[in-house]
Design a protein around this ligand. Sequence first.
Ligand SMILES: C[S@@+](CC[C@H](N)C(=O)[O-])C[C@H]1O[C@@H](n2cnc3c(N)ncnc32)[C@H](O)[C@@H]1O
Length: 199
Amino acid sequence: MSLARDSAAIFEKTAGPALLFLKRWMANPLVMGSITPSSASLARVIARNVRREEDEAVVEFGGGTGSVTRALLESGVPASRLFSVEIDPELAAYLRREVPGVTVLEGDARRIREMLPNPFVGKVGTVIVGIPMVLLPSEAQQSIVDEIFSIMPKGRRFLALTYAIGAPLKYEALGLNAKRVGFTPANIPPASVWAFWKR
Ligand SMILES: C[S@@+](CC[C@H](N)C(=O)[O-])C[C@H]1O[C@@H](n2cnc3c(N)ncnc32)[C@H](O)[C@@H]1O
């Protein structure tokens, strides 16, 4: 009995997030943008590139099943200063259960300035964009970029992950500089992390 229960718990812990991710992808492929969650390796590359002063927060767009969220916690970002924005109600509920202490903001990341608690507006060290920006029209990309810079102090950068060879944004048209800051082959598919900042 208890062996069966233990096995079910182990299966739930390992395969659960991937199955939930796949289910939400089947329901809404364009919003999910990927069939599998980021690997631990990709999540660590992202976490390594996060910059934050001690009193600053980190905001993640598109929490999914929490792979990046967990890596951020492991890298030392305090849960009390970590905000994960997720548009899918089932994933938002999952994140609240699985990463307690982290503030899950259920809704559209395009409204981050309105959703983020006031004391943190202007106090965000890094924004991590996990939503499929590449699929959005350029006006939508521009409004997201404007929202991002409205919650960070001047001179900061945001990070975005991509499976493409080049940058995930037409950064010059958006008035940005860009640099590829990391890559991992240990992800399905292999992925890069880019940093973007205002020109
Ligand atoms: C490619 S998945 C990334 C999930 C997770 N960060 C990871 O790396 O495994 C994209 C996530 O962004 C969410 N998403 C897409 N558009 C969004 C939006 N406008 N606002 C908030 N979340 C969004 C999707 O529901 C999905 O969970």
